[in-house]
Write a protein that binds this ligand. Structure first.
Ligand code: 7PJ
Length: 288
C-alpha cells in the first residue's frame, strides 16, 4: 500500500503527498468570452500554474474540466476533452510530475491516459456507463469517492445518514470490490470520503473526526477539503478566506491516515504536511 504504480511513475505513499488542483473550466483559465477554448494562451496559463504548484511541493497535478460544485450544470464530453487533453499533453511534455485527471467520462479517461495521465480521479466512482471498463482498460490507478445522491446537481438537497462513517465505509468497500471484479487491482485503488459531496456540515466534521476508521479498508486515503463550504460554514468565511481553516483540516486528516491531500494552496499545505509528519514520525523519518 505504500507505493502506487501510476503508468511510468511510482507514487511513494510512505510520505503524505500533495495533489495540486488545476481547474480548466471557463471561469478559471479562459481568455474571456463565453465559450471556453483551449487556446494557446489558456494552456500556457494552466501550465504556469501547474509549474508553480510543482515548485511549491505538489507531487501531482489534478486536471479537471468539469465543475462539480453543488448545482453546477453538466458539460459535454467533447467540450471536456477540448479543455483537458491539451493541458495534460502540455504538462506531460514540460513538467516532471504525475498527472491526475478529475473526470467521470470514459472517453476523457481513455484519452487522458494516452496523453500521459497517471491517475484517474472520479467523484462519481466510475458509475457512469462504461467508466469502470474504460478506467480498467487504461491500467491506471483510480481514486473512488463517496457521494450521496447521484450527481453534484442534486447531492446537497437533503443529505441524510444513520451513521455517516459506516455508510461511507461500506460504499467505498463495495465500490472497490466492483473495481477489482472489473479488473482494477486493489493495489491501484485510492479511496476518498468525499467531503462536501452530499453532506451537511455536521456530516463533514464527523467524517474528518473519525476518518481513521477508513484505514481499515486497507487502501490509501485521499482527502479534499480545500476552501470547501464546510470550512466556510464552520468559520463564517467566504471562499477567498478559508486557507487557515483548510490547513487545520489537513493536519487533522494526516493524523487520521490521509495520504494524498488535494488542495489549491500548495505551498502552505506542503509546510503543514511536513510539520505534521515531523511531529507524528520524527524529523526526517519515514512512516512505513
Ligand atoms: C474533490 C474532487 C474531492 C476528489 C472535487 C472542489 C470540488 N476529487 N474533486 N475529492 N472535490 N477525489 O474542489 O471544491 O473532495 S471538485
Amino acid at each position: 500500500m505504500t507505493k502506487l504504480q501510476c503508468a511510468d511513475r511510482v507514487l511513494d505513499l510512505s510520505r503524505v503527498q500533495v495533489m495540486g488542483i488545476l481547474n480548466v473550466t471557463p471561469d478559471s483559465f479562459s481568455d474571456g468570452g463565453n465559450l471556453y477554448q483551449a487556446s494557446r494562451l489558456s494552456v500556457d496559463k494552466a501550465l504556469v500554474h501547474a509549474a508553480n504548484m510543482v515548485a511549491d511541493g505538489a507531487s501531482m497535478i489534478d486536471v479537471g474540466g468539469e465543475s462539480t460544485r453543488p448545482g453546477a450544470s453538466p458539460v459535454g464530453v467533447q467540450e471536456e476533452l477540448d479543455r483537458v487533453i491539451p493541458v495534460v499533453e502540455r504538462i506531460k511534455a514540460e513538467l516532471d510530475t504525475l498527472i491526475s485527471v478529475d473526470t467521470s467520462a470514459p472517453e476523457v479517461m481513455i484519452e487522458s491516459a494516452k496523453a500521459g495521465a497517471g491517475l484517474i480521479n472520479d467523484v462519481r466512482s466510475l458509475a457512469r456507463d462504461g467508466a469502470m471498463e474504460a478506467a480498467a482498460s487504461t491500467g491506471l490507478p483510480v481514486c473512488i469517492m463517496h457521494m450521496q445522491g447521484a450527481t453534484p446537481a442534486t447531492m446537497q438537497l437533503a443529505p441524510h445518514y444513520e451513521d455517516v462513517l459506516a455508510e461511507v465505509c461500506d460504499f467505498l468497500a463495495q465500490r472497490a470490490d466492483q473495481c477489482v471484479a472489473a479488473g482494477i487491482p486493489r493495489e491501484r485503488i485510492v479511496v476518498d470520503p468525499g467531503f462536501g459531496f452530499g453532506k451537511t456540515l455536521e456530516h463533514n466534521l464527523t467524517l474528518l473526526r473519525r476518518m481513521d476508521e477508513l484505514e481499515a479498508l486497507g487502501m490509501p486515503i485521499l482527502v479534499g477539503t480545500s476552501r470547501k463550504t464546510m470550512v466556510g460554514q464552520a468559520l463564517g468565511r467566504e471562499v477567498g478566506d478559508r486557507l487557515a481553516g483548510s490547513l487545520a483540516t489537513v493536519a487533522l486528516a494526516i493524523e487520521r491516515g490521509g495520504r494524498i491531500i488535494r488542495v489549491h494552496d500548495v505551498a502552505a499545505t506542503a509546510d503543514v504536511v511536513r510539520m505534521t509528519e515531523a511531529v507524528l514520525y520524527g524529523a526526517g523519518q519515514e512512516r512505513v
